[in-house]
Design a protein around this ligand. Structure first.
Ligand SMILES: *[C@@H]1O[C@H](CO)[C@@H](O)[C@H](O)[C@H]1NC(C)=O
Ligand SMILES: *[C@@H]1O[C@H](CO)[C@@H](O)[C@H](O)[C@H]1NC(C)=O
Length: 382
């Protein structure tokens, strides 16, 4: 079944869209309220992590490691403002809770999946993930005229290329390596779903690793291309009422493209959607309680459909998903970070400046000054 067919099927099952219940962001009170809501959600998800630590897989830990960096960025941004002291204290408390948990997680991963841990350990090391310095918007004219069937994507092949890039394979210690096979796979046009998000992840990890030669000279170009298409797929997910099978990839796209510097993924109504998916009891994200038979059939279908690309996904009996929860906290941390960086008071300034031409070789160190002036107004539009 093609992604379009799947989406059409889901459209029939989608609930109607509800009006927004979040306060407007253009007042300090609105901003504090929304920040508080995000923080509460992240706190509950962190309690879930703590309770289930031995069962969380490596992909799950990655999401919380990204969150940790975002929280530290938030603390730094808030340090100047005494009005934000109470929120800042909450963030500090969260960071202190998270650090030992992430440290302990390595112990459990060694027991459950030592090879995968060895290969992907860099991605859960402190200091690996860095926050974007330059914000930009996706470019709609880069959207593919048609998407390929997702079935062609292999997680094994993708992992192989990521391991080569990270330099964690048994055969070499050198990072930033790239075979012809991986070059072809990671730049292949027309991908959708997890194939597309893994192509973006490949260039994102290359950036975090500091790879700048050969193909990586064009990292920014490929990131522009992939995130433009991930944005298009997120619009489609929204159009079908975020039917469950699309939620995980929708959230993953916000996490990855957000931390790649595409601020237009941080839409207020997307934030609201993600917040509404959290399970109030468990604090996790995952499979919604199936209300009817149609939905539960669609869920079964989707589990079959995702199996081959999510082999390390861990779905708990209560419907909590390690992967879903990780993607959600990383996305929510991104919302928190961009909110902290750009208080409403600065919005006029940001709206007055056009988006800059994006650097094509992906190596623009930005100053604090640049941050303000390169910021584009579309973030957190509702
Ligand atoms: C968007 O992409 C198109 C096609 O690649 C390009 O010609 C155009 O300059 C881009 N626009 C911006 C604002 O970068
Ligand atoms: C990026 O482009 C600039 C200017 O075109 C050049 O000086 C620099 O060496 C390039 N960096 C890389 C890593 O290719």
């Amino acid at each position: 079944m093609s992604i379009i067919e799947l989406l059409l099927l889901l459209l029939l099952l989608a609930p109607p869209l509800k009006p927004s219940s979040l306060p407007p962001l253009d007042t300090p009170e609105g901003k504090v309220t929304i920040t508080g809501l995000i923080l509460s959600s992240i706190e509950r998800a962190t309690s879930f992590l703590k309770k289930r630590l031995p069962e969380i897989n490596l992909d799950g830990i990655v999401g919380f490691r990204v969150l940790e960096v975002q929280l530290k960025g938030v603390q730094e941004a808030w340090a100047q403002d005494p009005r934000l002291q109470p929120l800042s204290l909450r963030v500090g408390k969260l960071v202190r809770k998270l650090e030992p948990l992430l440290h302990r997680s390595i112990f459990y991963l060694k027991l459950s999946d030592p090879q995968y841990l060895r290969e992907f350990q860099p991605t859960i090391q402190p200091g690996f993930w860095k926050l974007p310095h330059v914000w930009m918007d996706t470019n709609t004219s880069m959207v593919y005229s048609k998407f390929e069937l997702e079935d062609s994507f292999s997680e094994e092949h993708s992992d192989l290329c990521l391991v080569q890039l990270l330099g964690t394979g048994t055969d070499s210690g050198q990072p930033c390596r790239l075979s012809d096979f991986c070059r072809t796979l990671m730049t292949k046009p027309g991908c959708s779903g997890y194939c597309l998000s893994h192509q973006l992840l490949f260039f994102l990890l290359a950036r975090m690793k500091g790879c700048t030669r050969g193909l990586f000279r064009q990292s920014q170009h490929y990131m522009n291309l992939f995130c433009a298409n991930m944005m298009d797929l997120n619009w489609r997910a929204e159009a079908i009422g975020y039917a469950y099978p699309t939620r995980d990839i929708f959230t993953e796209n916000i996490l990855f493209c957000g931390i790649s510097g595409f601020s237009d993924f941080y839409k207020l109504r997307w934030l609201e959607a993600i917040l509404s998916w959290q399970k109030p009891q468990e604090g996790c994200f995952g499979r919604p309680d199936a209300e009817d038979e149609e939905l539960s059939k669609a869920i079964q279908h989707q589990q079959h459909y995702l199996r081959r690309v999510k082999r390390r996904e861990k779905q708990f009996a209560d419907g909590c998903s390690s992967h879903n929860t990780a993607m959600a906290v990383g996305a929510l941390g991104g919302f928190l970070y961009i909110l902290a960086q750009y208080p409403p008071a600065n919005r006029e300034l940001q709206q007055a400046t056009p988006a800059p031409p994006t650097d094509t070789n992906g190596s623009t160190p930005a100053t604090q000054e640049d941050k303000i002036h390169t910021f584009h107004p579309s973030f957190l539009e509702s």
